[in-house]
Design a protein around this ligand. Sequence first.
Ligand code: GLY
Length: 399
Amino acid sequence: MKYSNLFWSLVFIIGLTACSNKQFDVNDSLKYCHKQVERSLEELKVDTLLPRSIADTATTWKLVNYKDWTSGFWPGILWYDYEFTKDEKIKEKAIKYTELLKPLSENPAYDHDLGFQVFCSYGNAYRLTKNDEYRKLIVRTADTLATLFNPRVGTILSWPRMIKDEGWPHNTIMDNMINLEMLFWASKNGGGQNLYDIAVKHAETTMRNHFRPDYTSYHVVLYDTITGKKIKGMTHQGYSDSSMWARGQSWAIYGFTMCYRETRKPEFLDFAQKVTEPFISKLPEDGIPYWDFNAPKIPNEPKDASAAAVVASALLELSGYIKDPAQAKRYKNIAVKMITSLSSDKYLSGKSKPSFLLHSTGHWPNKSEIDYSINYADYYYIEALTRLKKLNEGKNILE
Ligand code: GLY
């Protein structure tokens, strides 16, 4: 370990100890989220478009339609808020925004993001209402997502448009791991066995091809469409082909944890821990990563609160699968440290904006959404808070 890494690890551990002495009140944070949700609902001029992000210099949401890859997060936030408050007005809005996404279940797949879109919205809607129409819609959408699977490669084609736009062949991105959750779920809830098989094959192929020897992830892997062979690993949203893009690694941690939950295959549990290590061992002192761990101007680089929120939520789940009590506690403590840090004045939007969090980075190479509030940061933050609350109350964090 380099001396600088050792130094930051020590600072991080001291920070952890300090933080565990101070009791974090998860209910206060969920109440804060509710206040921000009410403010957003009040300020939104239309309910036919969905809030996506707020610029560092702005105070109002940029809106998108149901086709946007982030369209599922706002309905998902409303469902988590409804789960906490039991407020019928929030439920009404959650239904309204969720149902805007229905066309996604009726049209051919545009790309792999169907899981983010439909499972964060309808998945939470079904979990909390048991409306059978929602179940059928999720199963239909899982079948649509499955049409992007290439059996020669063993993965889903993440971005069909890149074949035309960039001349890429079959491409798979790390983010795609999250969308397997909808396939697993649909397979257990009226869909075919093929959905489960595709999800397992995608995860196994990704495990083999998408990581460097130190378990840091490529954002994108290109495959020969015909032979199925890997061509190369590269980046799209990270700093470079050899860097660890923070959110990409967060999708890996969350994705392989979820794959273990759904399959109980020990190789996924082992792999989830392996991909977690480079992320948590290199976090800066406040537990919130810079947008890319190898960005050249650290500490003068933008942070990515969204990656922290995704990892905090994943670690709360992962800690529940670990037999070694010391390791389980370590994951949980790191998650609580990250949530506590996100819940500090430095990261909360507070009165300045109606979002929950500041300081996420969307697409640095495209110079878009840098240091913004972004709906997926808020979604995984409220999911992590909800999981922590259930954990504190001795409940199953996923029910
Ligand atoms: N799925 C795209 C992103 O993480 O920015």
